[in-house]
Ligand binder design. Structure first.
Ligand code: ADP
Ligand code: MG
Length: 382
């Protein structure tokens, strides 16, 4: 019988296998692997982050930061599952302001690679640090103290997906596309998180092929401004025909959501109306000001990149009513109270559940043309 022990009986899967299966949901591809490492650096307060790919990440992915480092008391358990410095109880999830909170990324990366090497130093240890080697089960394999290291952390992941031969093959076969996807999410982090977090973050991404030179893929200069990040990624011309997006509106909570919130008695934050701000940049609504495709559209909720779905569609629909043949450049950060969305939906946290999404989209559609056209008109006069 397929899927059973052969004799048809049902048994528990051994914990090692379970770990590998669940890890595969946190780190589903190259993109999510690198995203988790960059988020850890941002959470550690880094103002400079360097992402180094070797062979597009097939050989290794390394993220170097100047954050707070990992304290010696945390070395032993650093990559054990659910080991996190950021969250201690479920109540905290709705209020979380760090990118990570599950304590799953490092342990998953261990299970899905040939292991991690972590070099780290806290402020009091620097300029000396420690190099930790962690095995596939997240256990500390070796620890070398007194290694030269400025304050911060370097995490190196070698041979991603090697323990899963099929997935490794897939990665090798599609590596160019996978690498582009990884670069795309790094663009998202370069735009909003790097201009908003830690008073500005210098992000550098490089790739080096076997025997080749290191090639810079993208770079921000640490200026805490969205426009500066856009310029750093695509040049000054990228801001031509782009206007500030700053909408404020209220979203009426949908009845089903209110009902659900009332039932879950732990949630005291039910409210019939939610104040929202949408901030960022967008193409002007004049003819020819947009782009031929929707290649530059990035969405965030409270500074966290997310797959926008209906919200993205709303932006495109509204834009098309003014400019039928083009798609807008859009960078939109939806700023809303943490109880109005749920980030704990998918293990990779790319899906964010927006409560009352339909009402949100309706309010947004009213908001976009009114304010942006006003800005355009103002621009024309100026
Ligand atoms: P999470 O981010 O959900 O807490 P992770 O598995 O990503 O879980 O990381 C586990 C812990 O390791 C973090 O809570 C943090 O304390 C520490 N850590 C990981 N990466 C870094 C880093 N770059 N700098 C400092 N601490 C780090
Ligand atoms: Mg993390």
């Amino acid at each position: 019988m397929p899927g059973s022990g052969g004799d048809g009986s049902i048994r528990a899967i051994d914990t090692h296998t379970v770990h590998r299966i669940t890890s595969g949901q946190v780190v589903i591809d190259l993109q999510s692997a690198v995203k988790e490492l960059v988020e850890n650096s941002l959470d550690a307060g880094a103002t400079a982050i360097e992402v180094r790919f070797q062979n597009y990440g097939l050989r290794s992915i390394e993220v170097v930061d100047n954050g707070v480092g990992i304290a010696p008391r945390d070395h032993e358990g650093i990559a054990l599952k659910h080991y996190t410095s950021k969250l201690s109880s479920f109540e905290d999830v709705s209020r979380i302001h760090t990118f990570g909170f599950r304590g799953e990324a490092l342990s998953s990366l261990c299970a899905l690679s040939d292991g991690l090497t972590i070099a780290t130093a806290t402020a009091s240890e620097a300029p000396m640090g420690t190099v930790l080697e962690v095995d596939g089960n997240g256990r500390l394999k070796s620890k070398k103290a007194k290694v030269a290291r400025q304050r911060g952390t370097t995490v190196t992941v070698a041979n991603l997906f090697r323990p899963l031969p099929v997935r490794r093959k897939e990665l090798e076969r599609n590596i160019k596309r996978e690498f582009q996807k990884a670069l795309s999410i790094l663009h998202a982090y370069a735009l909003v998180p790097c201009s908003k977090e830690n008073k500005g973050v210098r992000l550098t991404v490089t790739n080096q092929m076997e025997n080749g030179r290191k090639v810079v893929q993208l770079k921000t200069d640490g200026t805490p401004s969205l426009r500066a990040s856009v310029t750093a990624l695509w040049g000054t011309r990228a801001l031509d025909n782009v206007t500030d997006l700053d909408l404020s509106f209220h979203v009426e909570t949908e009845k089903s959501v209110l009902r659900r919130q009332k039932q879950a008695s732990t949630d005291s934050e039910t409210s019939p109306i939610t104040p929202v701000r949408v901030q960022g940049l967008m193409s002007k609504f004049t003819l020819g000001a947009g782009r031929t495709t929707n290649d530059r559209q990035y969405f965030f909720i409270n500074g966290r990149p997310y797959n926008a779905g209906k919200v993205q569609k709303a932006f495109n629909e509204v834009y098309r009513t003014f400019n039928i043949s083009q798609a807008p450049f859009v960078i939109a950060d939806l700023v809303l109270p943490t109880h109005a969305c749920d980030i704990n939906v998918s293990p990779d946290k790319r899906t964010i559940f927006l409560h009352s999404e339909n009402n949100f989209v309706l309010a947004l559609k009213v908001g976009i043309p009114r304010e942006s056209v006003f800005v355009c008109a103002f621009d024309l006069r100026g």
